[in-house]
Design a protein around this ligand. Structure first.
Ligand SMILES: [Fe+2]
Length: 385
């Protein structure tokens, strides 16, 4: 990938199916990818909410058999993925459907990597280490944030090191991303805010990334517009149309960051999530104000556009644009229930140097708009603490 060029860019997205009630199409999607036996990865929450049953019915309607795997927890663990791969192989499955938030979808992707490439999932961390093609993959997001259903990333928790690892490869983008926004109607209240904050962070970091392009910018800005218009209503009223807008924002933010990567917000968020098993969207939200202030001096050409996307048409000067953009994002974070500090999330002050040490090695540092080092990252963590 060419970093930092508006002219040379690659933009890759899966086939995208989006619409209320379309979960009933999962079976026909898996069938036309050539599947006969589906390995369905989801979690107990979605099973209890009835969505897993809906997918199972769709698979049966398409004359497909299936195996259900629900041994997935938040911040998906290496051993959960390795167990899933064993069960996929033991059952002779030939297509994978992931239904859920980032955890279920990343687990589904991780299982897909292992069943065709073998070995230990942590060995694939980094850029382009997957050499054999994956089995057909259909991902169905049920939160408003992760973007995993369109992204070229898998984030896995290395449980021995208690550290999140990022796997980046074009082959982990699924064949089909299918969003049925109705699934968001049963999302527990706290996850509406936290996953939307993840989408918000994706949009901001993708827009600021040195690998951004006109194709990623248009998606990042659309996500910012949708979030600024609908987040408050979605959190407070949860009408189906608001949830659909959040799902759309997540999709746009996902298409943006999958192709432009992210920045130091996610580079810092990954080690925090790994060490404390903390909620990804909440960690991003606690970091985002400081990330904005850190990045603003080097993205001055983008701030007015960002403010306009969030509804400020009459932006005349840089100072005003910065204030409008910053204040609007602060309001969104507040409405979504963002924590005020890392301390609130259980981060310990004595761990900050270790977190900075791990963050500087994270792949997301590569596309930070501002050149950074461990010292700067530690200082940022201290300010956000
Ligand atoms: Fe994220």
């Amino acid at each position: 990938m060419s970093i930092g060029s508006q002219l040379h860019c690659k933009f890759e997205v899966p086939e995208i199916i989006f619409g209320r009630g379309l979960l009933s199409q999962v079976g026909s999607c898996a069938r036309r990818l050539g599947g006969k036996k589906v390995f369905l990865v989801s979690d107990q929450g979605l099973f209890n909410a009835g969505w897993v049953d809906r997918v199972m019915k769709s698979l049966l309607d398409a004359d497909l058999s299936f195996v259900f795997y629900d041994q997935v927890t938040s911040n998906p663990k290496d051993f959960e993925i390795e167990q899933g791969a064993k069960e996929y192989i033991a059952n002779g499955a030939d297509v994978i459907v992931g239904l859920g938030g980032g955890s279920a979808m990343d687990a589904a992707k991780g299982i897909a990597i292992l069943v065709s490439n073998g070995g230990n999932i942590c060995a694939y961390a980094g850029n382009d280490k997957i050499h054999r093609p994956l089995p057909p993959l259909v991902l169905c997001p049920t939160t408003c944030g992760t973007g995993s259903d369109v992204s070229q990333f898998v984030v896995v928790n290395n449980t021995q090191e208690r550290c999140k690892l990022t796997i980046m490869s074009r082959c982990v983008a699924p064949d089909i991303s299918l969003t049925d926004p109705d699934t968001l109607l049963t999302l527990p209240d706290e996850y509406v805010g936290t996953t939307a904050m993840d989408a918000l962070t994706h949009a901001v970091e993708a827009f600021f990334s040195v690998a951004s392009s006109t194709l990623t910018d248009v998606n990042a800005l659309r996500a910012l517009r949708l979030l600024s218009n609908s987040l408050a209503d979605a959190v407070q009223e949860r009408r189906p149309e608001d949830m659909e807008t959040l799902a759309r924002a997540s999709l746009h933010a996902g298409m943006a960051f999958s192709n432009s990567l992210l920045g130091i917000g996610h580079a810092l968020s990954h080690p925090i999530g790994g060490l404390y098993d903390a909620n990804h969207g909440s960690v991003n939200a606690a970091l985002l104000p400081e990330v904005l202030l850190y990045d603003f001096p080097v993205v001055t050409d983008k701030i007015a556009e960002m403010a306009r996307a969030m509804g400020f048409q009459a932006v005349n000067d840089l100072g005003g644009a910065k204030e409008m953009a910053y204040e609007t994002i602060m309001e969104m974070l507040e409405v979504a229930g963002a924590p005020n500090s890392l301390r609130e999330l259980g981060v310990r002050k004595e761990d900050l140097p270790l977190l900075a040490q791990r963050a500087i090695k994270d792949i997301c540092v590569m596309t930070s708009p501002r050149e950074t080092d461990e010292e700067d990252l530690l200082a940022l963590l201290q300010r956000a603490f």
